[in-house]
Ligand binder design. Sequence first.
Ligand code: SF4
Length: 357
Amino acid sequence: MEDLSKKLIIWYQQNKRELPWRKSSDPYKIWLSEVILQQTRVNQGLNYYLKFENRFPDIYSLAEGSEDEVYKLWQGLGYYNRAQNLLHAARTIVKEYGGRFPEEKEELLKIKGIGSYTASAVASMAFGKPTPVVDGNVFRVLSRVFGLYTPIDTAKGKKEFSSLAGKLMAGHPPGIFNQALMEFGALWCKPKNPDCTHCIFFKRCYARKKNAVLALPVKKPKPKVTDRYFYYLVTETQNGKILMNKRGSNDIWKNLYDFPLFTLQEKSEPLQTLDQPPFQSILPGLVYALSDISREYIHLLTHQRIHAVFIRIFVENFPEQSPEKGLLLIEKNKIEKYPVPRLLEQYLQDQKLIKHH
Ligand code: SF4
């Protein structure tokens, strides 16, 4: 372990990129760089850092900045909640801490807008506190070198990797060690085709020896997506009404409105579904004219891919007696008032039954 950390730090000193915030132990600059670099590559983030540093050279100037200006400088980086957090945290530090960053991770975490990763980075890099920083690069390096298969996107994984990083850090300058581990992941132990043959961990790396470089790190398995085929019956009546359905609470789109629906696990010929329940309980004895069969609409949910087809019919004499449970006849021009799933909204817009928003 000791040997591994030493090697890593020597590698870092010889290979690190010269980045402006690395020349400084100013917590403001370290913090600013860490917030900008989350979910952003260094090449892209560097320009943003320079723009911010130039316009807001210290925490006081940033705290006085307007939301509009901060957002404008941030434009193009995405994840605007990070810009919001940046400004919020700057104002809190000026107002409640007299402009001085707290040194301990626990204290930094009390500031709204500073999360665990940033708090560890500032505490270790600006104040030398032994708080391990675990980002995507660190997960990759440690999982490969030590053969750790715990999924990294779980609480257990985060704890395990953080504890290992903490052990490796012991006896070394925390800020340097953290940056070395992240930089090694970013520059050498890359996601694809890392140069294992010339790697400083060639001898001890588990993944290299077991040919598991691309298998590590491990993430939680993605849930399987199932296909469902929805056939909707859109029934219009002679007096400007349309038959809708209030969805129950035991499936997707709880309590939203849609049309009478027939669901299948496989694709079917749309017109064949008219012989199926629940349409059969609506249609028998009624004279109807087919107005339209829609294209297939695809709608993605986390675990489901919905393929929907809408069969639109016109019924001359729809009985006015109360329709079946859950079904209701509504005025077509009031349809906008009913909350519908996005899929239906698209269809209704295409059919000009509601306006585009
Ligand atoms: S040997 Fe390959 S997989 Fe292992 S740490 Fe080095 S670059 Fe990464």
